[in-house]
Design a protein around this ligand. Structure first.
Ligand SMILES: [Zn+2]
Ligand SMILES: [Zn+2]
Length: 315
């Protein structure tokens, strides 16, 4: 066998192995409920699963826990056989009759890292740390503001600034006007600080970001994007993923208008791998401005998304 043939065989067996394990695990709740294990000399379903299928204690425990949680989500429960207990378990505590069908679709078609991220967002703890590098001038200004506010801690001071901004948008507008009247270099620096205070997610480190070459783009070579257009798209986000609050570097360029449909390279959006998966799995309410994107499980899956899903899963 050539190296390639060995690899292909290994992957095929791996896929088959996952399918078998998923089916075994899906059988456990019934074995437990009917106490079938007792007829075969085992004290518990854990012992039975280990003895006859080599399943670990943790996997059995997860399977029984998921079964208990999914009373109101029969479709997600059914998806266990295809997607496996680890993916389904990510949504066990938030599944309900309303999101059952949508979640079943997602666990069958999305990768585990993307599902972990989706689960986090749905559970509302998608808050990510944003780090901002301040140069000497900005540190001085920030120090001044802290002094005025009478707050020592950086985080507390920033919180106070943001809260004050939200409460008094007009006052902020006034201060921006004032800043615009400051002459020269000072003006641009102050402006920058204000815009960062206004929109923390936009704040960029002062260091320039290396623009990485995209890896593993799902767009075939025939849809080659000219370097100039690619560079322009990436520069819009300074090489970062455009998804709200994502701090990762971009990995893929997503065609907002679907290349296969429009045959052009307009509206290219740099995204990390996970958020690119989001875009093709109907979990984002898409607005023209990426900043306004938000999670919405009710998104439609068009034929280009189906193609994307197939290509990703067959990789
Ligand atoms: Zn895409
Ligand atoms: Zn991202």
């Amino acid at each position: 066998m050539t190296n390639r043939e060995i690899h292909v065989r290994f992957c095929a067996l791996g896929k088959e192995n996952r399918r078998i394990v998923n089916e075994l695990v899906a059988m456990l709740p019934e074995i437990d409920r009917l106490k079938i294990y007792k007829d075969y000399g085992c004290a518990s379903v854990y012992e039975y699963a280990c003895k006859y299928a080599g399943l670990s204690y943790a996997v059995v425990q997860k399977a029984l826990w998921v079964e208990e949680k999914l009373v109101e989500a029969p479709k997600l429960k059914e998806a266990l056989k295809e997607a496996g207990v680890h993916k389904v378990a990510l949504f066990a505590t938030i599944a309900n009759a309303q999101n059952d069908a949508a979640l079943a679709d997602k666990v069958k078609h999305m990768s585990k890292p993307a599902l972990q991220e989706l689960s986090k967002e749905l559970r509302g703890n998608s808050v990510k740390k944003v780090s901002v590098e301040l140069d000497a001038e900005m540190q001085f200004l920030f120090g001044k503001i802290k002094e005025k506010l009478g707050i020592d801690g950086d985080e507390e001071a920033l919180k106070a600034i943001f809260k004050a901004h939200l409460a008094h948008k007009d006052a902020m507008k006034q201060s921006i006007k004032k800043v615009q009247n400051i002459p020269g270099d000072e003006k641009s620096k102050n402006k920058k600080q204000l815009s960062e205070a206004e929109n923390p997610a936009d704040a960029q480190p002062t260091k320039s970001h290396p623009i990485k070459a995209p890896s593993g783009e799902h767009i075939p070579v025939s849809r080659y994007i000219p370097a100039k257009i690619r560079k322009k798209a990436i520069s819009k986000t300074n090489g970062k993923c455009a998804y709200p609050n994502c701090t990762k570097s971009y990995e893929h360029l997503h065609h907002q208008d679907y290349f296969a449909h429009t045959r052009n390279h307009k509206n290219l959006i740099p995204l990390c791998k996970i958020h690119h998966e989001f875009m093709h799995n109907g979990v984002v309410a898409v607005e023209n401005e990426p900043k306004k994107w938000r999670i919405d499980l009710g998104g439609k899956i068009c034929k280009f998304d189906v193609e994307y899903r197939r290509a990703r899963q067959n990789k």
